[in-house]
Every structure is written in C-alpha cells, then in structure tokens.
Design a protein around this ligand. Structure first.
Ligand SMILES: Nc1ncnc2c1ncn2[C@@H]1O[C@H](COP(=O)(O)OP(=O)(O)OP(=O)(O)O)[C@@H](O)[C@H]1O
Ligand SMILES: [Mg+2]
Length: 246
C-alpha cells in the first residue's frame, strides 16, 4: 500500500455500559496499517464488546472510533464493512443448512450485490487459500469445530477486509488445524491485512504477534512488546486474580 506504516485506525476514550456494568471503560489504542495486535484478558474483560463496537455491531456509550480520518463511532455495521473492517465471531455464525460454498457466496451477494459467478469465483479462491476446497459442497453443520472456524474466517475474507478482527479463532480447535489457522493469519498479515487477534491461547498468540494489549475489567492495563507485557505485574495479577476467584 502506498502509505504503508501510517496509523489508520484509532480508538479514543471508548466506553460501553450495560446498565451498571462497565463492559469497556475509557479505552484508547491505535493501529498502524499492516500491524497485527494481540488482544488478551480474562473472561469478561471486554474484548468481544470492543470488537462489537469497532465493527458497528454495538453503539458505544462514549468515545470515538476513527478510521482513516473519519469518526465512525455511530456508524452502522455495513459502513464499517464498506471501509474494509471485518470480523469473525467467537461462536461461528454459519448457515448450518447451507453448503460451505454457499456460506461464502451469500454475504457477497447481499452486501455487495455481486454477480453470482463473480462471487463464486472469489469464494473458490478463498476456499483454496484456506485449504477447504474439498469441502465446498459439504453442509456447514458437518464441519469440525476447527473447520467451522476456518469457514468463519473465509466469510470475513469475502468482504475484502483491510482490518480483520478475529474473536478467538483458536478456541476448541484441534492442534493440527491450529497450526494451519496460525499460518493463514501470518500469511494474511504478510499480504498487508491489519489484524486484531483475540484469544486465550497465549502460546499461539505469541507465535503470531509482537505487540499485545491486555484488558481487565473493561480497561486497558498494558500494551506493548508481548514478552514484556506478560511479565507486567498488573497483567500477572489480573490473570491470577481470575483463576483464584473461580
Ligand atoms: N449484551 C450485554 N448485556 C449485558 N452485559 C453484557 C453484554 N455483553 C457483554 N456484557 C458484559 O460485559 C462484560 C464484558 O464482556 P465481553 O463479552 O466483552 O468479555 P470478553 O473479554 O470477550 O470475555 P471472554 O473472554 O469470556 O469472551 C462482561 O461482564 C459481560 O457479562
Ligand atoms: Mg469474548
């Protein structure tokens, strides 16, 4: 990209309150184009709520979300998608009674009003990239948990994203497929996609990112080099506190 390396995404003072629950509180961070950021934190720390807000699925209580110079905090999801912001869901949201190929084509037809032949050609390309070509005509419900995660990633890729937010792509995935998913994420990042990677598998996260941001109780408690952040006493305390309180 012509202006590679420049900051193109920034969140400032972002908050989401559900009644008295401060799911996200005064969160600020920036992303440079082409960067890959790990986002971690104990259960309920606000990671998914953050993804929901920065993709237009949830309207923030306060704060700004600036994408390439415009504040999109109050924009609907389809405008984020048009800007190249796409996400995957923690629990795959697939059309279980449709085939793998149809799962990829349907969003392209509805969101892009694309011709079916063009959408199908792109879908076959995505399946080839994800090494799922042999499953094109299988029903989505017949896929393993890891394959469903891959298809979920494929659906996001059909939106031609520049910023991809992945919500727990490694959860419940067989170790062999986990390696594959890691390779796909690395390869997408090499190809210029900016990525935010949320997961609880710290080993997998560390094999992909150099920068990690940590949330606890809705707030950012650390952001920086992954090795240093994981030794940060606040981070250690946040994780230990969760473990002993359950
Ligand atoms: N729609 C909602 N209504 C009320 N409370 C909510 C809602 N969505 C999330 N919360 C609360 O907000 C907090 C943050 O939840 P969130 O799902 O963002 O956490 P998370 O970091 O993604 O957790 P996990 O690692 O378990 O996926 C939690 O206390 C959760 O119960
Ligand atoms: Mg979550």
């Amino acid at each position: 990209m012509a202006d590679g390396g420049t900051m193109f995404f920034s969140v400032n003072g972002l908050s989401k309150h559900f009644g008295g629950i401060h799911a996200v509180e005064n969160l600020s961070f920036t992303l440079e184009r082409g960067e890959i950021l790990g986002l971690i934190g104990p259960n309920g720390s606000g990671k998914t709520t953050t993804i929901n807000m920065v993709t237009g699925a949830l309207r923030p209580t306060g704060g700004t979300i600036v994408v390439e110079g415009s504040d999109m905090a109050h924009s609907p999801a389809h405008l984020f998608a048009r800007r190249g912001v796409a996400r995957t869901f923690q629990v795959p949201r697939l059309f279980r009674r449709m085939t793998v190929l149809e799962n990829l084509i349907v969003p392209a037809l509805s969101d892009y009003a694309e011709r079916r032949s063009t959408a199908e050609e792109r879908a076959r390309g995505v399946l080839q990239f994800l090494k799922l070509g042999h499953l094109a005509n299988q029903y989505a419900r017949a896929l393993s948990g890891g394959q469903q995660k891959l298809l979920e990633l494929g659906r996001a890729l059909m939106l031609k994203p520049r910023l991809l937010l992945l919500d727990e792509p490694f959860a419940g995935v067989h170790p062999r497929l986990l390696e594959e998913i890691i390779d796909h994420i690395k390869s997408l990042n090499r190809d210029g996609h900016t990525i935010v990677l949320v997961d609880h598998n710290l080993e997998a996260i560390q094999s992909v990112v150099t920068r990690v941001m940590v949330m606890a109780r809705g707030q950012k408690i650390a952001d920086g080099n992954v090795a240093e952040v994981l030794q940060n006493p606040d981070v250690v305390r946040a994780y230990t506190g969760t473990r002993t309180s359950h």
